[in-house]
Design a protein around this ligand. Structure first.
Ligand code: SF4
Length: 307
């Protein structure tokens, strides 16, 4: 069997070793060297071009069903739970906590939950929602396991590496949000990011008010493809007498976008995190759909004749 092997960026260092285990079973293995960000980003075009019988996608759970032979290989990370002791001092004022994590730590979720319950906390766990598949799981673009608990809990606790995942949840919730990071050994509230990103978003909207030509970014990735949304936004821009161009790419390259000097602003319809995390990589404002709608409504207000 010919297998295309796809590893996410953080795990690519293990791809060759994994390829060798598959080869030893008699399979031909080709490793995708393209950037990979999630199961929203399956290497389906590469699979077709090398006529692979199967795509082995490592490290992410299924995002949504695709019409191809894809095997998802789960990757669990055993983190040291002793850091939970350190988190208790930060949670003294909070009784009901909403607990969230990533798919890599789902196997440790019950142990973490028990720890907090044994220390007098009431732990609330959100049901899987949207693209997430397990209770308490969040993705960068699906934080329903946290946001739907916002009214029920006094605070949130995220357990896992980095701030990419919890940042999405922080921006969609209002309660104190504690990040317990077992790899750096840090425990900190991320609440200040709400204000930072609100201001950033406001800044992007205001700096787009003079824009007349918008580039609408549509990705070909299986889980990020939003051509219809792109068309809808284009029509809205044009209805207000401005120009919009539809831009297509698999992974958007910011140097290339920066070369597209005709555009005054860009509108992202791909991974929702692009317009949050990557705005500083573009010289022009990079808006999400909601921010564009805000720009259009402010422009309309401006255009109204004074009473
Ligand atoms: S956050 Fe973006 S890259 Fe991650 S799974 Fe969602 S769409 Fe894909």
């Amino acid at each position: 069997m010919r297998i295309l092997l796809q590893f996410p960026e953080g795990l690519k260092q293990h791809a060759l070793a994994y390829a060798k285990t598959l080869e030893s079973a008699g399979d031909e293995v080709i490793i995708s060297a393209s950037p990979t960000f999630g199961a929203c980003d399956l290497a389906l075009d590469e699979m077709k071009s090398i006529k692979a019988d199967k795509l082995v996608h490592y490290g992410h759970a299924e995002f949504h069903h695709v019409d191809a032979n894809v095997e998802y290989v789960h990757f669990s990370l055993d983190a040291d739970l002793s850091i939970l002791d350190k988190s208790l001092a930060h949670l003294l004022a909070y009784k009901r906590i909403g607990l969230v994590t990533t798919i890599q730590h789902i196997h440790q979720f019950e142990a973490i939950r028990r720890f907090y319950e044994e220390h007098g906390k009431e732990v609330v766990v959100g049901k899987p929602h949207g693209f997430a598949k397990k209770p308490g799981q969040i993705l960068g673009c699906d934080v329903g396991s946290a946001s739907r608990l916002d009214k029920e809990v006094d605070a949130f606790v995220y357990f896992g590496g980095g701030i990419f995942h919890p940042l999405g949840a922080v921006l969609q919730t209002t309660k104190p949000f504690l990040v317990v990071e077992p790899f750096r050994g840090s425990v900190e509230f991320l609440d200040n990011y709400r204000d930072i990103y609100r201001k950033k978003s406001r800044g992007k909207v205001l700096s787009s008010l003079g824009a007349k030509r918008f580039g609408i970014m549509v990705s070909t990735k299986n889980g990020q493809h939003n051509l219809n949304l792109g068309r809808l936004l284009k029509a809205k821009i044009e209805k207000q007498g401005m120009q919009a161009g539809m831009l297509i790419a698999n992974t958007f390259d910011f140097d290339s976008l920066n070369n597209m000097l005709e555009f005054d602003a860009f509108v992202n319809t791909a991974c929702p995190r692009i317009a949050i995390d990557d705005t500083d990589r573009l010289r022009k404002p990079l808006l999400n759909a909601n921010e564009l709608m805000e720009v259009l409504s402010l422009k309309q207000e401006d255009a109204k004749p004074e009473a």
